[in-house]
Write a protein that binds this ligand. Structure first.
Ligand code: ADP
Ligand code: MG
Length: 341
């Protein structure tokens, strides 16, 4: 009798243990695709008992990114930004609330970085062959650079919030949102996941990331910052719970001519690709869009001025700098807390 009772209790305890485990064990779902001329990757972590309709979720994310591209992409002729670029100057043009929000953040970042970040740099981006415009295979002449530079300047873009509208005060102004688009897209996908009840995820578009909650091992998300040295993959691993992370670097998108590397990041003050020794800038910020914009801004500013901006805004920033003795790391004090021990 006693033995029977013992086995019954043992059976009940085992069933309870299996049930408890199924309530706490986590499963990771991964969704990939292409967007913004690059790839995206979404990881969602949920209890194993919660079955996700991955096909439906994948379709929803694809269609969200499709809509985002139709606002932000200069590669799509009838995107909202392309239509604004073709619209006449000196008139208020009605824009969506989304584009209004993006313009406001872009202009704020331009002010904070004394014009190092500037979405009106588009004509120069195109001239140097990093935009949708077909370009010659030679390097641009000084005359061409000056002519394009005359078409730039964020102070010539005015925004009105109610109702959302924008006005450009120079003809042929051309806004390029590429330095902020991926971060903004990451934030929108994260917002969508939240709305569906997911709170453990990692969203990445072309290297810009938003991480929230825990990974499948119930720990903080661990993110590798790429090394600029092609031979060694990861420079640093950081651990995050709920932030955006963006990296701006000269090693992913550039061309080489006559032994010189030309970065896709343009210094709006010179009209030329940046030439200093900063190989990459990683910024952590609550919104990935701001992290993305700041990463580009600090990259343009270079080591000293970039670090000054990072410290003034209290940003966690990691810079990897090229020196004669190899790559050297520069960090703001607030970045240290994120480094994996
Ligand atoms: P990175 O991650 O290397 O900063 P991003 O994709 O964020 O790259 O931004 C670089 C893109 O932004 C360029 O390809 C160009 O389209 C645009 N861009 C280049 N220079 C600037 C600048 N000074 N301010 C704003 N946008 C820029
Ligand atoms: Mg950027």
């Amino acid at each position: 009798m006693r033995t029977k009772l013992f086995f019954l209790l043992l059976l009940l305890a085992s069933l309870l243990w299996i049930w408890l485990r199924s309530q706490t064990d986590l499963e990771q779902y991964t969704l990939n695709g292409a967007t913004m001329g690059t790839s995206y990757n979404v990881k969602i972590v949920e209890p194993v008992t919660h079955i996700i309709d991955q096909t439906a979720l994948h379709n929803d994310i694809d269609s969200l990114l499709y809509d985002i591209n139709h606002i932000m992409s200069t590669y799509i002729e009838n995107s909202e930004i392309s239509l604004f670029n073709k619209a006449p100057a000196h008139e208020w043009i009605s824009i969506s609330q989304n584009l209004c929000d993006i313009f406001n953040v872009a202009i704020e970042t331009s002010r904070k970085s004394s014009g190092a970040f500037d979405i009106t740099v588009g004509p120069l981006v195109n001239l140097w062959g990093f935009g949708p415009e077909h370009n010659a295979s030679d390097l641009p002449s000084e005359v061409d650079i000056q002519a394009r530079k005359n078409r730039t300047g964020f102070q010539h873009l005015k925004i009105q919030n109610q109702p959302p509208a924008a006005l450009k005060s120079i003809d042929s102004m051309y806004c390029d949102l590429s330095a902020i688009a991926k971060g903004w897209g990451v934030d929108r996908v994260a917002e969508f996941l939240e709305s569906k009840g997911y709170h453990n995820y990692l969203v990445e578009i072309g290297g810009e990331i938003r991480a929230k909650g825990v990974n499948v091992h119930k720990g903080p998300w661990r993110i590798g910052v790429s090394s600029p040295n092609e031979l060694s993959g990861i420079q640093k691993v950081i651990e995050v719970l709920d932030v955006g992370i963006a990296t701006s670097g000269d090693y992913r998108n550039y061309f080489e001519m006559g032994g010189v590397r030309y970065s896709h990041t343009i210094d709006p003050r010179t009209g030329r690709p940046i030439t200093h020794n900063v190989a990459s800038v990683t910024v952590i910020y609550t919104s990935c869009m701001m992290a993305d914009a700041y990463a580009t801004a600090i990259n343009v500013l270079g080591l000293e001025q970039g670090m000054m901006l990072a410290e003034k805004e209290n940003l966690p920033v990691l810079m990897i700098v090229k020196t004669e003795n190899g790559f050297v790391e520069k960090k703001t004090p607030s970045f240290e807390a994120y480094i994996s021990k």
